[in-house]
Design a protein around this ligand. Structure first.
Ligand SMILES: Nc1ncnc2c1ncn2[C@@H]1O[C@H](COP(=O)(O)OP(=O)(O)OP(=O)(O)O)[C@@H](O)[C@H]1O
Ligand SMILES: [Mg+2]
Length: 411
């Protein structure tokens, strides 16, 4: 698909270049030709006006290679042109109007010469006999130069079109690259999402299948299968919600309700929520909260960010470990950080943990508390949408710190 679009863009670019080039070349060529001919015509007119009665002087004022032919009563009064040329000229004059003045370009048949002819009828004399003057200016040299210009313009055009095709093809590839990447990411996203959904759906189906096989038994007897199906449906619900959040963020359809947010209060409230979780999982939660740290943002999204980071910290910290939630002012920033003494992340994985669906392949990730690898992608989107920055530092088997910085609000 992209190759076809690339080709179409190239063809379009080349067509535009060709059109512009043809129009400008024709313009340049036409203008130069017009100026050359106009100059000759002007000098002829000037000479004719000033010196009509004396052909000898007249000739001296015209460019070298100019012939003059004066005919009266079918007699050649004067001609400095070679005889065969005079005959050709007379033949030409006979085919054209004789009563008025005319000027034409004339490519001499069977020769490569070009002349500018100016025919001036003589006034009828007392015996009503007519005659004419014919001024023949040789423009072969000028026309040769114009031919060379035409040739050069043509060659430059061919070269230009080839260059435009190559450049167009290359530029089209460059322009399409981000779209191509976004498209491929989207395809990957859809395929990963479908893959992630298959597991809970299969588990739900299998567990409900067992229940359906034992319709004679009570709900209590089948509680294990029903619980399994219920847990998976909850997992799927979270997955669908996460997918929806990311899809909306991609389409810029996840508006933020920006207001003053007291991060100190938000962190305290979230820490309170996690104390029972810490206790139940035999881990320690410490909150280091500097008072009155504020930013402008969406309260719910910032809470979601804290939940994602704390959920990970608890998930990847073994029993007796410690999770520290802190909020403080750091120069012009309101800084949130979640530090744990958990499994840590290798530097290889660290580069990819914000990628959608990316999960470190650890024993902990393979057990049933396994998520779908979307949490940190959403966290990053939330931080970016608040014009903040998120950083992670980690030492394998020692612990991890996620730090999010937001512009401080001093209102
Ligand atoms: N505090 C942490 N300590 C160690 N590894 C972590 C930590 N936080 C994240 N990770 C690693 O980064 C991966 C991605 O985290 P993320 O929150 O995006 O997904 P998840 O927790 O696996 O699933 P979800 O959050 O969607 O339920 C995790 O699977 C884990 O391997
Ligand atoms: Mg997570």
């Amino acid at each position: 698909m992209f190759e076809k679009v690339r080709l179409q863009i190239t063809v379009l670019t080349v067509s535009i270049v060709v059109c512009l080039y043809v129009v400008s070349s024709l313009g340049i060529y036409g203008l130069v030709r017009h100026i050359v001919i106009q100059n000759v015509d002007q000098s002829i007119t000037k000479v004719l006006r000033s010196d009509k009665g004396q052909p000898g002087r007249l000739l001296a004022q015209l460019p070298p290679g100019t012939y003059i032919l004066i005919k009266q009563r079918n007699q050649t009064i004067q001609s400095n042109a070679p005889t065969n040329l005079t005959m050709k000229l007379e033949r030409l004059v006979n085919t054209r109007p004789s009563a008025q003045r005319w000027t034409v370009m004339w490519n001499v048949p069977t020769s490569d010469q070009t002349f500018r002819l100016t025919y001036v009828p003589l006034p009828r004399n007392s015996r009503n006999k007519t005659g004419y003057w014919l001024l023949v200016v040789n423009l072969t040299k000028e026309m040769t130069v114009l031919k060379e210009l035409e040739h050069s313009l043509f060659m430059v055009g061919i070269f230009g079109v080839a260059l435009a095709a190559i450049l167009g093809f290359w530029l089209a590839a460059r322009t399409l690259l981000p779209i191509r990447k976004a498209y491929e990411r989207q395809l990957q996203f859809v395929s990963d999402a479908s893959h992630e959904m298959r597991t809970p759906l299969a588990v739900i189906q299998a567990n409900l299948g067992v229940v359906l096989d034992h319709t004679d038994e009570s709900v209590l007897d089948n509680l294990e299968w029903i619980n399994n199906a219920h847990a998976e449906s909850r997992r799927m619900n979270k997955l669908v919600e996460d997918l929806l959040t990311l899809a909306r963020s991609d389409a810029d359809r996840a508006p933020l309700d920006i207001q003053e947010v007291n991060l100190s209060e938000l962190c305290q409230a979230t820490a309170d929520l996690f104390h029972p979780v810490a206790e139940a999982s035999q881990k320690r939660l410490t909150a280091e909260i500097q008072p009155q740290v504020k930013t402008l943002g969406d309260q719910d999204r910032l809470k979601q960010l804290l939940l994602i980071l704390l959920d990970n910290a608890f998930k990847f910290t073994p029993e007796q470990g410690t999770v520290t939630l802190s909020v403080r002012v750091d120069r012009a920033y309101a800084t949130l950080s979640v530090t744990d003494t958990g499994t840590g992340i290798s530097s290889k994985d660290l580069k990819r943990i914000f990628d959608r669906f990316y999960q470190v392949d650890s024993a902990r990730n393979r057990n049933e508390s396994r998520g779908s690898g979307l949490g940190l992608s959403i966290a990053k989107w939330i931080v970016d949408a608040h014009h903040g920055k998120i950083n992670v530092t980690s030492v394998l088997h020692q612990g991890t710190t996620f730090e999010a910085r937001f512009p401080l609000y001093r209102g």
